[in-house]
Structure formats: C-alpha cells, structure tokens
Design a protein around this ligand. Structure first.
Ligand SMILES: [Zn+2]
Length: 223
C-alpha cells in the first residue's frame, strides 16, 4: 500500500511539472506580441520591422557589404555596411544625385542589435524616454538591423524637409528601390515620427507602388 502511494505521488508530480511547463510556454507566447520573426519566411527585402514585428537579438543579415558612397565622419565602421542588393542601389542613387548637383552623405546604415541598444539608452539619457521613443527604435525594432535601411544627411548635417537634398531624396528614392519609410503625418500607422532622412530598400517595383499610392510600408504589407 505504501509503495503504491509513493508511485502515485511520483506520477502526479511529473504530470504537474508538465502541465506547469506547458502553461509557462503559453504565457511566454502571449507576452511576445506576434512573436519574433523568422526572417527567412519572406522575401528578405520585404521584411517588415516595427514595434509589433521585432527581430531576434541574434539576427544578423548575411551579405553585408560596404557601399562605395561618402559617409559623414561621425559614422562608425559598422554603420557603413548594407545588404548587398541595397548597397548597389544606394551607389546608383548617390551617383544620380551627384550628377544633378545634389551632394548626399551616408549617416548610418546597418546597426546591430547591441548598437541599437546603446543608441536607445543614450538617447533616453539625453532627452528622456518619451522623446526617445518617438525617434529611436528599441533594440530589435529597428529597420537598421536588417541592413536594408540607411539614414542620409547633407554637408550641413541638417537634413530637414525644406533642404534641396531632402526634396531630391523624397522625389527620387523610389527610382532606385528605396522608400521614405516614415512619411509626414503617418506616425499613427508607422509608429515613428516623420524622418526625411531614413530610407529603406524594398526593390524598385514595390518602391514605385508605395510612392505612387502614397502609402506606408505597413499598408503595403497588409494589402
Ligand atoms: Zn534610420
């Protein structure tokens, strides 16, 4: 009888362990929005990264290369890399701009999860969390981690809407496969304030569609 009780307690403990394990698993999934993305599932240049669609902290794109374009002195070594497809496209964009008398500079392209983490916490320290959250993505939620995004600046380091460089970029980026990823008055959709300097490679066909229909990347992906 005593032996049977021991067996029964043992079986019940094992069952309890598995049930609790299962529940822990479920709660983790709930805590994680839609979950971490498996980047390989979609065409890589159409990967959507935003607050609801984060990348894993380990995610590092393959084929990072250094485009042959001028960068601002402040750009560190890592920030001068991009995915090879977008690297060729950005070289083409820079060449055309130059031919039209527009001098652009690369500011920041690829950023690893850890670099984004440093940028985010530094910005919080300087301007506070509320303001930092409008402009700086949390680690894993930045497009720069894909290698398909680049921030552009000009020689004055003053890349606002009214400058001829920003106007040229807004009008021409789609011809090279890039979109202005965070347009004006779309913060409610993109979750990010207007950024005239941040462009993202999506390929020429998609970029043209997004430009002509004046939609965001979020809306393009949804449809
Ligand atoms: Zn950016």
């Amino acid at each position: 009888m005593k032996f049977k009780s021991i067996i029964l307690v043992g079986v019940l403990s094992i069952a309890a362990f598995f049930i609790s394990y299962k529940y822990e698993d479920l709660s983790l999934n709930f805590a994680n929005d839609k979950g971490i993305q498996e980047v390989e599932e979609v065409e890589p240049n159409l990967i959507l990264v935003n607050k609801e669609n984060p990348l894993d902290s380990d995610y590092k794109p393959s084929n990072l290369v250094k485009p042959n374009i001028p960068f601002a002195d402040s750009a560190n070594e890592e920030e001068r890399y991009m995915k090879s497809e977008s690297s060729m496209a950005i070289e083409e964009l820079f060449r055309s701009a130059e031919q039209e008398g527009i001098k652009l500079l690369g500011m920041s392209a690829y950023r690893s999860y850890d670099s984004q983490k440093n940028i985010y916490y530094n910005r919080i320290r300087s301007v506070g969390k509320k303001e930092a959250d409008r402009y700086v993505a949390k680690p894993g939620k930045s497009e720069h981690q894909t290698g398909f995004a680049i921030d552009i600046t000009n020689e004055d380091r003053w890349f606002v809407k009214s400058t001829e460089e920003a106007q040229w970029l807004a009008k021409n980026a789609h011809n090279y496969g890039f979109i202005l990823r965070y347009p004006e008055n779309k913060e409610d959709i993109t979750g990010v304030a207007y950024e005239p300097w941040h462009i993202r490679y999506v390929g020429k066909e998609t970029a043209k569609k997004i430009y002509e229909e004046q939609i965001t990347f979020e809306e393009f992906i949804e449809n």
